[in-house]
Design a protein around this ligand. Structure first.
Ligand code: XIL
Length: 412
């Protein structure tokens, strides 16, 4: 296995980010290091107010991807993760993001606010306020919603009442069924698809993760969740979502074994989400294709559900020897363009049109990326997404467009 990332995590999100740890493990994505509460400064200065005059931002920020509407180039959902509520740069509070989302994307994934602790903070309390705001915004603007996620082990998102829940296996399953039923019913007809269960498999193979849910129900909670979600919202596409399965073939095997079992027992599932928190140098597109093919061969949809490609890879030899990019340049952006293009091309080449569940980029603009959030305890700035901190196109946007339109993937 490639360099698994090891880092000391900050308090609150340690568990949430453990997924990132592994998600970034294969050649590793984001960083580790000292906590900071300030987002990294981007390379783009805020243009001075000139009373209508022109300003000349640095070359790296004047890139025009020449893309009128990214989503128009794809016959499948083209999505982006967005914040909501009081999150930094949340969509409702950030008009510049709204402009980009409406222009380029046909789907949003709420990056946080449809997780368990937001929607179901106490046993008898469901709180849909923030999520409804986003879902309503999407509906008003003709944008679909991929909802994320009904069940996730991550400590910061497991409601306290669940942590304190006492009861036997049947009681646990009934409690989780109720959780899924309640939420999926609330959003029935309003969301296109769900990540029903997120990250249920252990890293490095061996089957299910030893999560709180697994400890109380074995693997049954997964199957229960899918059945309950289908019953509550028969039209929504139901996904199983996980990280590193684009390269960790033993972990992917656990997923495909689960899918095969579902088929045998008639458990509803429509697709598998590959999070794809990947790197510039890892994994290879050949590896990614081979992994996706295993899901394609089972007749399920493949969704790239959380794509980001940071410039720095803390687990790379270059990074460890001190080659840490602290400034975004056009040249780096062009290399990133090629990588985005190659990854999307691998998706297009591997997944038949009828099985393309879509592509979701995990954040709109670089400063809103989870990889550089304070909570991620990052050491360095990074620029993993398609738009920069001033909401300008990056070459990466052109790279995705090139792949969608069958153009060659180039770094120029
Ligand atoms: C991340 C969010 O983007 C962050 O804002 C939050 O602090 C932690 O969770 N895999 C997932 C997502 O399935 O839910 C995670 O989202 C990123 C890794």
């Amino acid at each position: 296995m490639q360099q698994q990332r090891k880092a000391a995590w900050p308090l609150v999100l340690a568990s949430a980010l453990a997924c990132a740890l592994a998600a970034c493990g294969g050649g590793g994505g984001g960083g580790g290091g000292s906590a900071t509460t300030t987002p990294p400064v981007t390379t783009t200065p805020t243009p001075p107010a000139t009373g209508g005059g022109t300003t000349t931002p640095p070359a790296s920020t004047t890139y025009d991807a020449g893309v009128t509407r990214l989503a128009a180039l794809a016959a499948f959902p083209m999505g982006v993760a967005v914040g909501g509520g009081n999150e930094d740069r949340s969509l409702p509070k950030t008009p510049e993001q709204q402009t980009i989302v409406k222009k380029h994307f046909s789907q949003i994934t709420p990056g946080n606010i449809m997780k368990m602790s937001y929607l179901h903070p106490a046993a008898d309390t469901y709180d849909y306020t923030q999520a409804d705001e986003l879902v309503n915004y999407a509906a008003a603007n003709g944008i679909a919603v991929h909802a994320h996620t009904l069940i996730w082990h991550s400590d910061y998102q497991v409601p306290t009442f669940m942590k304190n829940f006492s009861g036997d296996k049947a009681a646990w399953l009934a409690m989780l069924d109720d959780h899924v039923t309640h939420i999926a019913s609330h959003y029935a007809g309003k969301v296109a698809s769900w990540d029903v269960v997120n990250e249920a498999m252990a890293d490095g193979g061996g089957g299910y993760r030893n999560s709180l849910f697994y400890q109380h129900t074995g693997a049954d909670f997964v199957e229960h969740a899918f059945r309950a979600a289908r019953a509550a919202d028969p039209k929504a596409l139901l996904y199983y979502n996980d990280y590193n399965i684009e390269w960790d073939m033993t972990k992917l095997q656990a997923v495909t074994d689960m899918v095969d079992g579902f088929k045998t027992r008639g458990v509803p599932i429509d697709g598998v989400g590959f999070q794809m928190h990947i790197n510039m140098d890892f994994p290879s597109v050949g590896t990614i294709s081979a992994a996706m093919k295993k899901v394609v061969d089972r007749g399920l949809k493949v969704k790239i559900s959380e794509l980001d490609i940071p410039i720095n890879n803390p687990n790379s030899a270059a990074y460890k020897s001190g080659d840490i990019k602290t400034t975004y340049t056009l040249d780096l952006g062009l290399q990133q363009k090629k990588r985005y293009c190659e990854v999307v091309k691998a998706y297009m080449d591997t997944v038949p049109a009828s099985q393309r569940g879509g592509i979701v980029v995990w954040g709109v603009d670089d400063p809103s990326s989870w990889l550089i959030q304070a909570a991620f305890n990052n050491k360095h700035a990074d620029w993993p997404l398609l738009f920069d901190g001033q909401y300008h196109d990056k070459p990466a946007l052109r790279g995705v467009a090139d792949a969608l339109t069958g153009q060659a993937c180039t770094a120029n």
